[in-house]
Structure formats: structure tokens, C-alpha cells
Write a protein that binds this ligand. Structure first.
Ligand code: HEC
Ligand SMILES: [Cu+2]
Length: 314
């Protein structure tokens, strides 16, 4: 569907969103006509001085009231169901997405690809592949908005948010920050390049060989001293991180938590908030010592060893 005043519809989400939007618009226009058309007709028909039949028609009021209450309720519930379905498909990414990290910072967007490519205010993507964005902010609330894909997601400091979409058309599109975030908010924008899969591969391998996100994370893991405790340490009793990702972790208060991005984020920044069962709360916080970009690299590393078994049980 293209419409001159509308941005291009270049993702699967865009098609679904537009469909719902035009349905709501059409339905509103119908109700508008239903109210205003008779109103205008009656304006002339029953004008003062006109000879018209003004006898009370004795409508069964109760029946009329009930009918025009019940029917719209079911119509609204129908719209609710369609909206809820669209919402769920938008919130739950399919398997096998291409994972890309987006970090908002006054006033730019930094992008990290798993292969190690980094870009600022530019986002290169292959066409026809579902993409999942993990969004983080270094400072204030931003919002990542790609009109042609009909996606908009708040980027909130202190947590990750996610968003997924599947580009359907090769082309160049714009993205914006759509949450007022200070003096240069209006300059916080960039360009999405949707390439063919081969062009995308060429783009990824262009330039000098680089460390993947997980390799950079592994280097940080050593530089920051994480390995000193977490890898076969004699001095500190710390849990091995191999095989941790997405597994259920028992905590010392008897509950369990899934070791997802959020849990790992909190383990590094707020280590005392959730203590793994059988361990002492001795891990120092890295809050203020590492950037969101480094945090995402560490998570990529922990994820990459998610299927390994620990070398030695401490
Ligand atoms: C002083 C030793 C020490 C250092 C340094 C350290 N940790 Fe830890 N870490 C621990 C201990 C002890 C625990 C278990 C207690 C807890 O949950 O806080 C832990 C828990 C964790 C957990 C949760 C693991 C689980 O099985 O639930 C993660 C993830 C983690 N650390 C990552 C890191 C990363 C990444 C770094 C480096 C940025 C790091 N740690 C640095 C000692 C340390
Ligand atoms: Cu912003």
C-alpha cells in the first residue's frame, strides 16, 4: 500500500501497522458519516417554519439504546483483538534473528554488529532477514524511530529494550530520535541502508579485519579482571560463566532467575541485587567503570560461551 503523504512501507511490521491504521481510519470515517449525514439532512428537513411531520415516532428506546451499545462494544473488541495480535507479533521476535545493538547517547546513535562492525548514525541491514535490536542509553531517555519500518522504541538508561522488524525492500531510509533529549535532539538522526544479502556480506567484510563483538568482550573480560575470579581462581569462589546464558540460575534466596541479557547486566552493574546460590556477595560493581558498549560486548562474550561446559567445577 502506498499513499503519497505516507512514508514508504518497507518492513513486515509496516504492512501490518498500516492495515490496522487504515481500518481504524475507515471505521472512524464511517461513524462520522453516520452522525453527520443525518444531522445535515435533518437540519434542512426540520428547519423552523418547514412543514414536516413532527409527531413523536415512539421508538422502543430501551431496544435502541441496547443495540447501539452492544454492537459498538463488539466492534471495539474486534479492533482490540487485531491490535493485540499486532502488538504480540511486534514484541516477540522470531528465532534466528540478526542481532544488532543500538546505543543512544547525546546526540548520536552508535551501532554494534555481532561481527564487530561499528557505525555511527548509520545502520546497514540485509533485506528479508528478521533483525532484533537491543537498545541501551548512555544518558537520558531517547527513542529509536524508523518511520519506513513503522517501529519506534524508547531507549531507557539503566536497562535494555528490544525491538524487531524485517525489512522487505532494498533502499535508503531515515531514522530519528523521537524523544526530546536536549539541545541537539533534532540532529540525533541517521540513515538505514537496506542491502541485498551479498552486498551486506561485502559490507561486513570491508576494511581491516576486526574482532567480533564476542572477541572484544573476551578481551575486556581479561582487562577488567573478571577472569581473575571467574576462571579457575584459587583465591575467590566465583561461578563459572560457561553454559550460563539463558539457563535457570538458583539464587541464595531460594528463587530462580533466567540468565538473560538483563540478568547479566544486573550481575555486572548491581552484583549485590541477586546473589547466585552458594556464593558470597564479593563481586565489585562495575557501574560507572564500563560503558554500555562494553557491557554489550561482555554480554556477547558470555553468550558465546553459553553452550560450553565449565572446565573445572570450583
Ligand atoms: C572479586 C571477584 C569477582 C570479579 C572481579 C568479578 N566477579 Fe562476577 N561474580 C563473583 C562472585 C563471587 C559471583 C557470585 C555471587 C553473585 O552472584 O554476586 C559473581 C557472579 C557473576 C555473575 C552471575 C553468575 C551466575 O552464575 O549467576 C556474572 C554474570 C558475573 N559475575 C560476571 C562478571 C563479569 C562480566 C565481571 C567483570 C566485569 C565479573 N563478574 C567480575 C566474583 C567476581
Ligand atoms: Cu535522543
Amino acid at each position: 500500500m502506498t499513499f503519497p503523504i505516507f512514508p514508504k512501507a518497507a518492513s513486515t511490521t509496516a504492512v501490518q501497522t498500516d492495515y490496522l491504521y487504515f481500518m481504524l481510519l475507515g471505521f472512524s470515517a464511517f461513524i462520522l458519516a453516520l452522525v453527520f449525514f443525518p444531522m445535515i439532512v435533518f437540519l434542512f428537513k426540520y428547519r423552523r417554519g418547514k412543514k414536516a411531520n413532527r409527531v413523536d415516532p415512539h421508538l422502543p428506546e430501551m431496544k435502541v439504546e441496547v443495540t447501539w451499545t452492544i454492537i459498538p462494544i463488539f466492534i471495539s473488541l474486534g479492533f482490540f483483538a487485531l491490535g493485540a495480535r499486532a502488538y504480540f507479533t511486534e514484541e516477540v521476535p522470531p528465532d534466528g534473528t540478526l542481532e544488532i545493538n543500538v546505543i543512544g547517547k547525546q546526540w548520536m546513535w552508535k551501532i554494534q554488529h555481532q561481527e564487530g562492525n561499528r557505525e555511527i548514525n548509520e545502520l546497514h541491514l540485509p533485506v528479508g532477514r528478521a533483525v532484533k535490536l537491543t537498545l541501551a542509553s548512555e544518558d537520558v531517555i531517547h527513542s529509536f524511530f524508523i518511520p519506513a519500518f513503522r517501529i519506534k522504541q524508547d531507549v531507557v538508561p539503566g536497562r535494555f529494550t528490544t525491538e524487531w522488524f524485517q525489512p522487505t525492500q532494498i533502499g535508503v531510509y531515515h531514522f530519528y530520535c523521537s524523544e526530546y533529549c536536549g539541545a541537539d535532539h533534532s540532529k540525533m538522526q541517521g540513515t538505514v541502508f537496506v542491502l541485498s544479502p551479498t552486498e551486506y556480506q561485502n559490507w561486513l567484510t570491508r576494511g581491516e579485519p576486526k574482532n567480533s563483538l564476542a572477541q572484544s568482550g573476551e578481551n575486556l573480560f581479561r582487562q577488567l579482571g573478571c577472569s581473575g575470579c571467574h576462571v579457575n581462581s584459587q583465591a575467590v569462589h566465583a561461578p563459572p560463566l560457561e553454559g550460563l546464558y539463558e539457563k535457570l540460575v538458583p539464587l541464595n534466596d531460594g528463587t530462580f532467575v533466567r540468565a538473560d541479557d538483563k540478568y547479566i547486566r544486573d550481575s555486572i552493574l548491581l552484583p549485590n541485587s541477586q546473589i547466585a546460590a552458594g556464593y558470597q556477595p564479593v563481586m565489585p560493581t562495575f557501574q560507572g567503570h564500563i560503558t554500555e558498549e562494553q557491557l554489550l560486548q561482555l554480554i556477547a562474550y558470555i553468550k558465546s560461551i553459553g553452550n560450553e561446559t565449565p572446565q573445572k567445577n570450583p
